[in-house]
Ligand binder design. Sequence first.
Ligand SMILES: Cc1cc2nc3c(=O)[nH]c(=O)nc-3n(C[C@H](O)[C@H](O)[C@H](O)COP(=O)(O)OP(=O)(O)OC[C@H]3O[C@@H](n4cnc5c(N)ncnc54)[C@H](O)[C@@H]3O)c2cc1C
Length: 737
Amino acid sequence: MATFAVSNEKEMLTLPGDAVRQILWRFADRFDLQMLVQSSRGVARSTVAQLVAAGERNTHEWTPGKNGMMEAFDRAGITAAFMEPEEGGFISGPKNLALSLAAFELAWVDGGAATASLAGFLALAPIHERGTPEQINRYKSLSAPPQPGEDRKPWRGAFVLTEPIPYVGVDTGMLSGKVRVAEWANGEEPWLQVDKRGRFITNIAFANFVTAAVGSDDPRIKGSCMVILEETDEGIFDHGTPTKKLVHQLSSTGDPIFSMKVPASRIIGGYTVKDGVIIPNCNHGDVLEAVFKRTRVAVGLMSSAKLLSAVEPVIRYQRQRFRGAEGAKPGSVRYEQGIQQREDALHRLVDIWATGEAATSLGFATARLFDELEPIEKQKSAILKERGISGGRAEMKALKESADRAIELLSLKPGDPLRTELEADPLVQYVLMDAETNVICPATKLWNTGHGTNMLREAVSLMGGYGITEDCPGFLGNKWMDAQLEATYEGPEAVQRRQLTVTMTSEVFLAQFRAWTTEMRLIASSRPGTGACTLASAMQMWQWTLNHLQKTTDPTGGKLYHGQRQGVTFALADALCWLVASRYQILDVLELEKRGPDDPVASEGLEGTVQFLSDLCHVQAAAAAGEVSRICAELVFGYNCHPSWDEEEHRSCFLASELDELEETMPGISAFAVDVMGSDGSHPKKAGPCAGCAGNTDFLRLQNKLTACLSGSRLAKDRAAETVSKVMIPEALDYPA
Ligand SMILES: Cc1cc2nc3c(=O)[nH]c(=O)nc-3n(C[C@H](O)[C@H](O)[C@H](O)COP(=O)(O)OP(=O)(O)OC[C@H]3O[C@@H](n4cnc5c(N)ncnc54)[C@H](O)[C@@H]3O)c2cc1C
């Protein structure tokens, strides 16, 4: 049995249940969402799990079984979750949290199943975000599952952006799909000829319509747009061949070909005609920006669901590892604890669990913030319209004033009378939320899927050989591979990093970030066990480093913080993700501590659960601090040339003869001299004299402080490990292997 440095009085006895999760992820007062979670879980752990167990992932063809899964989604209300009640749905208002919760439940069992449900929403998203009222009504109503007594099949859609190489992938600007005017009779609506080939298009085997990105190939059409193509339109709607995927086989993916004639009313968002030219109201870039902003959050949550889903199967495997062996009699430590006797096995599981908690907290916080942002965004547009300001530069200028007010608000002390006025200003609220979502959305997609994939490998490794077999409980091997797709689609990591490098330097975000650092120190003063102080010190280091790099050049005079210099900007973006994930994890645990006592179910054993989840926060904050410290140190020092032994650069070294002389007046000084040159130019065997830290002493001070801030984090890990070794789990997993 591993020994633990700290005794444990408040212990978590069972895995956190729904009541705890509803408080942590803030849907305890949303009965509609709780119902959606239950029905999604029902489909995931029955239909989906059975398909996986039956080997349906072994074919990339679209099968009746997989089709049955889509119908199960319809029956469970998952398909309708995207629609407004008047369109056939049951949730009114913003739905980012709702869709994320459904995806989370499905991905708990299989990522491909989650993708299959999300891809339909992705197809509708361009229409939902930028479509005309007629387009929204038509396609959302057709895609809603039939109401009782209605005899029709719901339409399924696919989102068609990516094209065969060398065109659209990460770089959405290079479109080969084209649109031309096919017919345009005087005074009548124009007809368009649309030619587009897709690559890796989800849902395509059975899609009845697609939303496709195309560029103009005709002087009578301006720029680019997204168009809606229906299966029964005139021309070719070829669903294409299935992609031979190694992952997500429960969703359909293929390379379709379209060559179709459609009315111009299919341009998403509509168009105007000026001087004989069709001008789409929204170009394809505008539409994509609005769509991806929201849809990427659910993808990030898919990976985090898989991390948390790994906990129970790993615990069960570890405990049962030696049962049945001659020497492992019931009641013996070997029988009861199995591999959990070993500290490393427990510590690694704690790391996976902590990552899963942080990633999920970050993802759901982002989904909730998008829900809050939606009405404020509408209010902002109405206010600006009233002032005669519409889009582009004019809007940016108008919002600059609100940004200044937002920054002012962040600097005000509590109780300042100006606070109430600024807080009530919808434009200030918009600017603040917009700055935050612009960072935490790409952070969710990037960190949850990228770092999440690495941690899923850890989970697989804890299951030994079993982990990489089809029989592995919890399908962990599949989940690991699938996570790599989640890191790739809807824009791979480079796209998220690129976005972060722009949004994380906005003045409003940086002011918010400063306020978050102070907030973490305040939290630490009352809840030191959360690791909030460690996090605050790491946040301070990140901000110092960004500021330093923005003003610094490399030895050739090249700017360090520059769009082209991804070695600097991308690394800082990565570091930021660790910090924000840890922050939302801590905030969620505080919420549980505050609201838990009022909930009859969550209050049961609450103290132990809060203690354990706080320990996970501490573990995660320490991991974040280590990562940030490593990245920042490399960036601050790595762009200085290392001193060499040549004459110019060894001036700061002692000469051996010099030292002998000094030794006479300062006995012992030789012991401190590390870079000593002999009279013949000989020197110690190393790269050069040790690099100084001129100009960077502030960084070293911060790093020193941060290192000391790690105090207690391993004790928290020990405590969490002990809980993991004792926590009760159900006899068997509630979905098949
Ligand atoms: C199963 C599956 C389902 C999919 N579903 C859909 C769908 O429904 N609809 C759809 O439109 N598309 C879909 N896709 C396509 C997917 O969105 C793209 O594959 C993805 O965006 C990556 O583009 P790419 O494959 O061209 O990669 P590439 O652009 O070739 O990227 C390769 C590597 O280069 C890096 N890189 C690229 N550009 C840069 C840069 N500027 N700076 C630094 N690094 C860079 C990338 O990060 C990546 O690591 C799907 C893909 C798959 C595999």
